[in-house]
Design a protein around this ligand. Structure first.
Ligand code: 5GP
Length: 209
């Protein structure tokens, strides 16, 4: 472990497959930690408290907001979502890497607070495929589906606020790319220079005769 952990933010339009990619990424890389968000939306059939989200009331959400307990929060498709700050800070201080799967508004707020974060945008292979994937999920009403699809177009305007883009055509190659990005980021000189030099016992001028 070299220094503080990486804060990795993964965003992209609904239906791009962020959830699936994050799930596989975390299964394959047990050392990565996922930040579980709080939301005011109701759980979907297969979702579990504390695994997918902490499902809380709007009152509780407002209370946490007042107490400044969120690293960021946003209203997305009519519901509120927020990243609890204490967990993220704890994981980073332990030198572990944490994944935030959050929307673009949230990602931009995190970028202000943690410019050192790694910001990755997940894209669908085509917009038609995006629509199919949202439909297939079957959990959305016609209105919610349309809303998600329309926002997808707007969200693409924010692509240049991210450091990396991964097209989710097939799961395995897309997860490989995420792993490669994280590995490369862990080796960046500006992140680890002083720690690496200390590790090899390098002192300036040591071998200048
Ligand atoms: P869903 O309702 O499909 O689970 O999520 C809707 C959107 O909210 C997704 O784009 C997801 O990434 C985003 N989201 C989930 N948790 C958070 C969070 O804590 N903060 C923000 N800003 N967005 C979140």
């Amino acid at each position: 472990m070299l220094g503080k952990g990486l804060l990795v933010v993964i965003s992209g339009p609904s239906g791009a497959g962020k959830g699936t990619l994050c799930k596989v990424l975390l299964e394959r890389n047990k050392e990565l930690k996922l930040s579980v968000s709080c939301t005011t939306r109701s759980p979907r059939a297969a979702e579990r408290e504390g695994i997918n989200y902490f499902f809380i009331t709007k009152d509780k959400f407002d209370e946490m907001k007042e107490k400044d307990e969120f690293l960021e929060y946003a209203e997305v498709y009519g519901n509120y979502y927020g990243t609890p700050m204490s967990y993220v800070n704890k994981v980073l201080e332990e030198g572990k890497d944490v994944i935030l799967e959050i929307d673009i508004q949230g990602a931009l707020k995190v970028k202000n607070k943690y410019p050192d974060g790694v910001f990755i945008f997940i894209m669908p292979p085509t917009m038609d495929e995006l629509k199919n994937r949202i439909k297939k999920r079957g959990s959305e009403t016609e209105e919610s589906l349309l809303r998600r699809f329309r926002s997808a177009f707007e969200e693409l305007n924010y692509l240049s606020s991210y450091n990396y883009v991964v097209i989710n055509d097939e799961i395995d190659p897309a997860v490989n790319k995420l792993e490669n990005i994280i590995s490369a980021e862990r080796c960046r000189v500006d992140r680890v220079k002083s720690i690496v030099l200390e590790k090899i016992n390098y002192q300036e001028g040591q071998y200048n005769e």
